[in-house]
Structures are given as C-alpha cells and as structure tokens.
Design a protein around this ligand. Structure first.
Ligand SMILES: Cc1ncc(COP(=O)(O)O)c(C=O)c1O
Length: 388
C-alpha cells in the first residue's frame, strides 16, 4: 500500500468535483444551478437576532473549547428527546460545521493503514479525509435496485482484520436514501460482531419525506459506545454559512483526542454564532417543518418530471434535497453528461463520479430552488435529452 505523508496525500486527491462544474458555470448568464448543496432559505430572524444581541452584549471572547455549556446542554436535551440518544453535555463538542466534526472523528479514530468502510455513492468529503488521515477508504456499493440502502451482507464481505471504522450517512447525500430502523439493526449487528466504530453523519435528519422516520444508530441496543454522531445546524436551520455543527461520543479517550485537535486548530466555534445556534434549538421550530414541507413538494415535482423524461430514470428520494438520476441509457459518462448539459442548456448538475467509484452512471440534481426554476430546469433537461 502507498504510504502517504500529508503533503503528498494532498497532491493525490482532486479538488471537489462539485466545484469544477460551478467554475465552468461562473458568469454564465441565465444558468440554473441544480448543483447547490444548501437550503435557499434565510436563517430564521429569531436566530439572527439572538446572535446580534450576543454581539451587542459583548459576547465577543473565546468560548470554552468544547463550546458554550448552555449550547451543549441544549444539544444533549435535543438528542435525548429527538434521537433517543443519551449523551451528557460533557460528551458533546460544538464544531466548525459538521465538516470539522467529521475530520476530527476520522483523524482521531484511525491509524495509518486502517481501512474505513464507506457506503458508496458517498458525500464528497469522506474519501479525501480518510486518505489525509492515513487510512484506506473501502467503498461498499449501495445498489439502485436496493434503493441505495447499504446492504449488510455486502458490508460484511468487505470487512478485513484492518477494518476499523464505518461511515454512515442517512438521509444520504447524494442519493436521498434513508436507512430505516430494521436495516440499521442489521448493520449494527455486524458493527458489534466485528467491534467496529461508526461515524453517523445525520446532518439531513430533519429533511425526510413520504412518512419515513429518522433513526440514530447510537440509539440502538449495544451501540452507544461505538458511535460518534455528527450533526449540524447548517441544513436544519438554513445556517450553512454560520459554520456550527456538533459531535457526540461516549468514548472518553476518543473524545479527548478530538478535543485536542479542535483546541489546537480552531480553538472553539465563533461565540456569537453559538448563541444563534442556542436560539435555534430553544426557540420555535415551525421553520424546520415548513422548510421540510416545501422541500417535499419540490422533490415530488422534480421526481414527477424526471420520471417522464426519455433515457433517464430515478428512484423516488426519501430524504435530503437530492435526486440521483440514472443516465446510463444516454451512453455518456457523468462528466460528459454534466458538461454537455451545461454548455447546451445552462443547467448545472454534479457528475456522479464526484461521489465515488460506483456512480458514473448518475448525475446529482439538487432541488433547493423555487418550483418555477425546477420546472424551467426540467424543460431544458428534456430538450437536451431529446437532442442527444
Ligand atoms: C452528508 C454531509 N455531511 C456533512 C456535511 C457538512 O455540512 P456542514 O459542515 O455545513 O455542517 C454536508 C454538507 O453538504 C453533507 O452533505
């Protein structure tokens, strides 16, 4: 196996495939962007006001490294109530988005050469972060025929004596898959049998449709100690630019390692942003429901339109705000498809190849856009498909 130092590992990984298409689209008048991975809503005003008030009251110094105590207490309460996960404020750390939480967890968990199982298609950050931490990413294919849900047998087949960690993400970016409790139980049996650690990335937990329910794997029998739960205010409260996320772990040694990485890096999260996050959890929650309802309507519209298109197909996504469209019948690779579509019809999509080795037959369509824009993008997509 190649042994990487960090600079050479950095040279070996490409920049995110999402950015490339965005760069190509830059300055293109009239382009419609189905590539965006963030809600198109303003952060609710009561959250903004709480943060402004904190600044005006002089809350401008460092917070404790692990985050404001009140915020950690509010997260603990939320996790008990919403996720059925029993973690105290001392087992919670406030991070710079879910992104930092993921890197802290991966860096603190694996030794050079350890294998990390990544259900694939996967969020773009997992594989590079594993490589930068000296680990070996092993992608486990999640089949469209199985609704892109991780199959426990396929997972078990990829386990070797070097396997240390599994990264789970439900609802899933880029497929919109939601792993239900029954399937999570099968996965957790394997985790316990092989004594693996799990990072459970739950940043889309509140964006679930068609009556599906979110289950946190840390709430299942025997899993509490094995799981690091990663979450964020970014998607639930439309706070992507605030950069507030959190993680929880009941493993004291691991928690200390992650805290050291955090205290010698960002030190703590922005104090005034944490006051906004506190208000997000303690304040009214109507925004979360209304945004979810709106996304469900948009998802239904996009799915209905894609279903009628020639030479492409999709399964009905159950969560997040992405639809993973199968383009295999067009006989184009995903990068070729996305580039040609952009040039011909000024519609930005993300090629499946950005999400791992099994995804070149797909492109990701994100729908944080007004319905009229989604309709217009679909008209353009139809025109493109009828000509290609
Ligand atoms: C699956 C997944 N996890 C984590 C993140 C990180 O989000 P943030 O750092 O804004 O909390 C994202 C962002 O797109 C994501 O899609």
């Amino acid at each position: 196996m190649t042994k990487y130092s960090i600079p050479s590992a950095l040279d070996s990984i490409p920049k995110s495939g999402i950015r490339r298409l965005f760069d190509l689209a830059q300055g293109m008048e009239g382009a419609i962007n189905l590539g965006i991975g963030e809600p198109d809503f303003d952060t609710p005003p009561h959250i903004v006001r709480a943060s402004i008030k904190a600044l005006e009251k002089g809350k401008t110094s460092y917070s404790p490294n692990a985050g404001l105590l009140d915020l950690r207490k509010a997260v603990s309460k939320k996790m008990k109530k919403q996720n059925n996960v029993d973690v105290s404020e001392n087992e919670i750390m406030i991070t710079v988005g879910g992104g930092e939480a993921l890197s802290l967890a991966i860096q603190s968990l694996i030794k050079t050469g350890d294998s990390v199982l990544v259900p694939s298609p996967a969020f773009v950050a997992y594989v590079p972060t594993i490589i930068l931490s000296g680990g070996k990413p092993i992608e486990v294919e999640c089949l469209e025929d199985e609704n892109f849900i991780l199959n426990a047998d396929a997972l078990e087949e990829k386990i070797t004596e070097n396997t240390e960690l599994l990264i789970l993400n439900s609802p899933t970016n880029p497929t919109g898959a939601v792993i239900d409790k029954k399937d999570l139980e099968k996965i957790s049996d394997i985790v316990i049998e092989y004594n693996l650690k799990v990072i459970s990335d739950e940043v889309y937990e509140n964006l679930i449709y068609d009556g599906k329910k979110h289950t946190s794997i840390a709430s299942l029998n025997g899993m509490a100690k094995n799981v690091i739960t990663v979450n964020s205010f970014s998607k639930t409260y439309s706070m992507t630019g605030w950069r507030v996320g959190y993680l929880s772990s009941k493993d004291e040694v691991l928690f200390d390692r992650m805290l050291k990485l955090h205290m010698y890096g960002p030190v703590c999260n922005n104090t005034f942003a944490q006051f906004g996050a506190l208000e997000a959890l303690n304040g009214p929650q109507e925004f979360v429901k209304n945004m979810r309802d709106e996304f469900e309507n948009r998802k239904n519209l996009l799915f209905k339109r894609v279903k009628k298109m020639e030479n492409v197909s999709a399964i009905n996504p159950k969560g997040a705000f992405y639809l993973f469209m199968n383009i295999s019948q067009t006989k184009m690779g995903s990068e070729e498809f996305s580039e040609k579509l952009l040039k011909a019809e000024k519609v930005v999509t993300v090629p499946g190849s950005a999400f791992g080795q099994y995804s070149d037959d797909y492109v990701r369509l994100a729908y944080p856009l007004k319905k009229e824009k989604i309709d217009e993008a679909c008209d353009r997509l139809e025109r493109f498909l009828s000509k290609s």
